[in-house]
Design a protein around this ligand. Structure first.
Ligand code: GLC
Ligand code: CA
Length: 575
């Protein structure tokens, strides 16, 4: 058997830190860089080899740091530049790598570039953002330049009195979109947001909203068109036809690769979301020289409207299988590369969403089932803070006031405006928020059973989940039956059989089965058979493949030859 070698970023397991809620070292209630340094051994012991740090930059925090006011400075509450230098050093000392977040579709409105841009029509940086004149209706009412909907509700344009124009802001009003059409702007981004950090030794970037830099103009090459109406009950409409995978997006990525990222041995992973297979290959084929890999949202958006997560209709296991296949299959027979993830800071907790948290036994078993799924799929594996201990969504009993995310807050406010008195509808939307809001990922990491789950000795900026006494790192470390120990071992098994699990081909054997998810992973000279019971029932076990099955991992102790118990999962080698 020949041993193939791969770029380090293919075989890595990447652990994502969302700093505000990771670990507070000084009791001010906010996670911080010294808290991260203190916890690096936990990450290393999990078996991760790369840390991805969500934005640590200076920011007014309207979108928790995805609104950057200075790429070259640290958010005060997270620490100092010295702390950051030390983090880079401590990460490297342990043989780990550090990947930062690259938020360059927009800045904060507090960024010096935007302050200049908005100051006058003839400011040299005016064209660094996307400014347009108002429209007026028949009655002379001022309207935004197009009907585009913000991802955080309302118009994607914000009016600025200083110059009587609107600027484009696809997310919050305080997150103006940068104008990538302007070469000077692009060069400034490369220098300030990328080069600055590469020179400090960071090992790559997770590229935020990587499909959104190129906006599609109308025929005149200057103005923008209204989006088609897909939500008839409202004026503002999803703009993705005009704002994602736009006409120059690949040109921009190729330029960034050529001018910057190709000069370093770094990892680049773009957040793209949804696109066709053809489009996906343009972003991540090695030959295209754009990015190493991308995040697609098929799995995390399953059951939700792609344009609006809170329009949630549920899903079948077949939908879930389709989603898993879509995210990994597009690389088959190509030189492209994919990612495996089921949680991040924008998603609820996977064990609540895809598992069963109704009792402690099923919670642990289904968290382990998801670990089996994740550690046997093809691509670079990402694990989000708390996932490794099976952290859950926030309790349904909590008031909406406990939700702090701008996405949730704006959505709820807009809904309340339209629907002031409808307890039935309120309950329905609150159920959905309790299932899919971003807030679930953002409650503090549960380190131990002391006050605030050991996250902070002060008052946490956002409430710690009530279940911290049962679910925490300390209780699980060293317990051979814990979710954490299971993840540790599952990552080892993945690394031991790289050709199968990280690089192998993936084939689903039971598309129509609504309880079991069965697939084969294959490499040039081996096969693995994976069967996962996603139901709450006993299901007969009948292998759908010939050959002897040798069990190499499972979330139950005594496997019964003939029956899969609820949420049981098994990984076999086929001999
Ligand atoms: C990405 C980030 C998300 C943020 C948005 C705007 O989707 O992951 O957290 O709100 O971009 O920057
Ligand atoms: Ca702190």
């Amino acid at each position: 058997m020949t041993v193939k070698t791969y770029p380090w970023w293919k075989d890595s397991t990447i652990y994502q830190i969302w700093p505000a809620s990771f670990r507070d070292s000084n009791g001010d209630g906010f996670g911080d860089i010294p808290g991260i340094i203190k916890s690096l051994d936990h990450i290393k012991s999990l078996g991760a080899s790369v840390v991805w740090l969500s934005p640590h930059y200076d920011s007014p925090q309207d979108d928790m740091g995805y609104d950057i006011s200075n790429y070259e400075a640290i958010y005060e509450k997270y620490g100092t530049m010295d702390d950051m230098n030390q983090l880079i050093e401590e990460v490297h000392k342990r043989g780990l790598k550090l990947v930062c977040d690259l938020v360059i579709n927009h800045t904060s409105s507090e960024h010096a570039w935007f302050k200049e841009s908005k100051s006058s029509l003839d400011n040299p940086k005016r064209d660094w953002y996307i400014w347009r004149k108002p429209r007026y209706d028949d009655k002379g009412n001022r309207l935004p330049p197009t009907n585009w909907l913000s991802h955080f509700s309302g118009s994607a344009w914000n009016y600025d009195e200083t110059t009587d124009e609107y600027y484009l802001c696809l997310f919050a009003k305080t997150q103006p979109d940068l104008n990538w059409e302007n070469e000077e702007t692009r060069n400034a981004i490369y220098k300030s947001a990328l080069e600055f950090w590469f020179k400090k030794g960071v090992d790559g970037f997770r590229i935020d909203t990587a499909g959104m830099y190129s906006k599609k103009f109308a025929k005149d090459g200057k103005s923008f068109e209204d989006a088609p109406i897909v939500f008839p009950e409202q004026y503002y409409q999803p703009s993705s036809d005009f704002t994602t995978n736009g006409p120059r997006i690949h040109e921009f990525h190729k330029e960034m690769f050529e001018k910057v990222t190709s000069n370093y041995d770094v990892l680049t992973v773009g957040e793209v979301g949804h696109c066709s297979k053809e489009e996906a290959l343009k972003y991540v084929s090695a030959n295209e020289k754009e990015m190493n890999m991308m995040f697609l949202f098929d799995v995390v958006d399953v059951g939700s409207d792609k344009q609006d997560r809170f329009r949630y209709n549920g899903f079948t296991l077949k939908d879930f299988k389709d989603a898993v296949a879509a995210q990994s299959d597009f690389i088959k027979g190509t030189d492209a590369w994919s990612t495996v993830f089921i949680e991040n800071h924008d998603q609820p907790r996977a064990v609540t969403r895809f598992g069963n948290t109704s009792n402690k036994q099923l919670w642990a078993k289904s968290a382990k089932l998801l670990a089996l799924l994740q550690t046997t799929l093809t691509g670079t594996l990402y694990i989000y803070q708390g996932q490794e201990i099976g952290m859950t969504n926030l309790p349904r009993s909590w008031d909406i006031e406990e939700y702090k995310d701008i996405n949730t807050i704006n959505y709820w406010a807009q809904y309340k405006e339209k629907t002031p008195n409808d307890p039935e509808a309120d309950k329905k939307l609150l159920d959905v928020i309790n299932l899919v809001a971003r807030d679930h990922a953002r409650s503090p990491v549960q380190w131990d059973d002391s006050a605030n789950g050991g996250f902070s000795t002060g008052t946490p900026w956002t409430r710690v989940n009530d279940n911290y006494k049962e679910i925490n790192v300390k209780a699980q470390t060293g317990d051979p039956d814990s979710v954490f120990s299971f993840y540790q071992n599952a990552i080892k098994v993945r690394q031991l059989h790289k050709e199968l699990f990280i690089h192998g081909d993936f084939e689903i054997l039971d598309y129509e089965n609504d309880k079991l998810f069965t697939y084969v992973k294959s490499s040039a000279d081996q096969k693995s058979y994976v069967v996962l019971n996603f139901s709450n029932e006993d299901v007969p076990f009948k292998p759908l493949i010939s050959g002897d099955l040798k069990l190499i991992n499972s979330n139950v102790k005594d496997v019964n030859e003939n029956t899969l118990t609820p949420y049981e999962g098994r990984v076999y080698l086929v001999e």
